[in-house]
Design a protein around this ligand. Structure first.
Ligand code: PEP
Ligand code: MN
Length: 338
């Protein structure tokens, strides 16, 4: 930590801050200038009082962290990229992971048809929400446990792995019994009790970025999971809320590049929630690949116009097939395959 002292603070008042730093168990080194002074502090903040509180002292201008606040997710602590074993399917390796399926599980026919179609197009992981976080309580809330049963059936019949959202701590065990990957949605991105409960299942976790979450907060949410001993976290960029109205969310592709640089975790892009527009999904997938994404999670529905949720952003079977074949040159450019 670096403590920046307010300009023109007399030496005796700087000494008071130094004394406080050392009283808290840190070693310090003060650099005193004619106008501006700073104090470098060395110590372990996990075992000592936080120095940030010293910004309350009248002589202190600000307290700045030197080290990253996230440790376990940082590439500094783990230079090699993590490859997650999703029941035999690697995520984070040289192959691009294709996750696809409906926004919501609606019926047996809808799910089974979609599972077969996305598998034929090259997907290895089936998505589908059984528990849906809807903005309005009057909208379709998902099939709940019946939806989980259909996902289990689709897994058994197609061999696709399953990613599905867990909305509440109460459902963690039931969802983990069916899912190969637990999805934590944007609306629960900083529900730390849910993150901890999900982490403790030991299952891989797809952690969406919150709608208004800063990149550092997203990494710190992942840190909650890793600090429970579960390293199998995929970071999922799904767009953030901005002032823009041409898109539902603003897909932050810079965040993908930053997540790849700063962390060792696989990064997945959700272009469906990302723009909220089916017409943009293919080109956003290409952009995600160029940014270094390790996987895509795409909403696919047999008849998007009849979908019970997110119809405007789902692609149909032909659309998905075309999307996947259109990715070939982009994959080739970055040395990846499906
Ligand atoms: C979804 O995947 O359908 C979904 C609700 O995602 P998000 O949490 O990113 O909004
Ligand atoms: Mn959706």
């Amino acid at each position: 930590m670096i403590i920046v002292i307010k300009p023109h603070t007399p030496k005796d008042q700087i000494d008071e801050v130094v004394a406080e730093v050392e009283r808290l168990g840190y070693t310090s080194h003060a650099i005193v200038g004619a106008v501006q002074s700073v104090i470098a502090c060395i110590g372990d903040e996990t075992t000592h009082h936080t120095l940030e509180a010293l910004s309350a002292l009248p002589q202190v201008a600000k307290v700045m962290a030197v080290q990253r606040r996230y440790k376990l997710v940082s590439r500094e602590s783990h230079p090699q990229s993590t490859v997650i074993d999703v029941a035999g399917v690697p995520v984070g390796g040289p192959k691009l992971s294709l996750m696809a399926g409906p926004c919501s599980v609606e019926s047996e026919e809808q799910l089974m048809k979609t599972a077969l179609a996305v598998k034929a197009a090259g997907a290895t992981i089936l998505r589908g929400g059984a528990f849906k976080p809807r903005t309005s309580p009057y909208e379709f809330q998902g099939l709940g446990r019946d939806g989980l049963k259909l996902l289990a059936q689709a897994r058994a019949e197609t061999g696709l792995r399953i990613v599905t959202e867990v909305l509440s701590e109460n459902d963690v065990d039931d969802v983990a019994a069916v899912a190969d990957i637990l999805q934590i949605g944007a609306r629960n991105a900083q529900n730390f009790q849910l993150l901890i409960a999900a982490a403790r299942t030991g299952k891989p976790i797809l952690l969406k970025r919150g709608m208004s979450e800063r990149i550092e907060e997203w990494f710190l949410a992942a840190e909650y999971i890793l600090s429970e001993g579960n390293v199998n976290v995929m970071l999922c960029e799904r767009g953030i809320r901005t002032f823009e109205t041409y898109t539902r969310n603003t897909l932050d592709l810079a965040a993908v590049a930053i997540a790849k640089k700063e962390t060792h975790l696989p990064v997945i892009v959700d272009p469906s929630q990302g723009a909220g527009r089916a017409d943009l999904v293919p080109i956003l997938c290409a952009g995600a690949i160029a940014m270094g994404a390790d996987g895509l999670i795409v909403e696919v529905h047999p008849h998007p116009a009849e979908a019970l949720s997110d119809g405007q952003q789902q692609v149909d079977f032909t659309g998905f097939q075309k999307l996947v074949s259109g990715l070939a040159p982009f994959l080739q450019a970055v040395g990846r395959s499906v």
